[in-house]
Design a binder for this molecule. Structure first.
Ligand code: SF4
Ligand code: SF4
Length: 99
């Protein structure tokens, strides 16, 4: 599922630069994630990097957007079309496979 930012966000900005897809921006009261650009970091990291960087643990799975690893990986390849051939799925690049 895509990641979302809860009302616990304190707008510290720590998550924004961590996103490999530039999916995070400043909203009115919270930082926000564009679900069309969120891949749960599949293709890039073994965990959701925004969540790892967030002090109040405000980056959480969006229960309204349950998505498969395959769909998320395809999204990552579309977003990063210039390097799509070099992206791969492994325990280092997908939280679905990480221990
Ligand atoms: S989970 Fe990853 S891809 Fe999604 S918004 Fe957070 S850092 Fe970006
Ligand atoms: S790291 Fe967490 S608290 Fe900071 S802006 Fe991002 S979601 Fe908000």
């Amino acid at each position: 599922m895509a990641t979302m930012i809860s009302e616990d966000c304190i707008m510290c900005g720590a998550c924004e630069a961590e996103c490999p897809n530039q999916a995070i921006s400043v909203g009115e009261d919270l930082f926000i994630i564009d679900p069309k650009l969120c891949t749960e970091c599949v293709g890039f990291d073994s965990e959701q990097m925004c969540a790892a960087a967030c002090p109040p643990e405000a980056c959480i799975p969006d229960p309204e957007r349950v998505e498969s690893e395959e769909l998320l990986f395809e999204r990552a390849k579309k977003i990063h079309a210039d390097e799509a051939d070099s992206l791969e799925l492994s325990d280092a690049t997908s939280h679905f496979r990480a221990a």
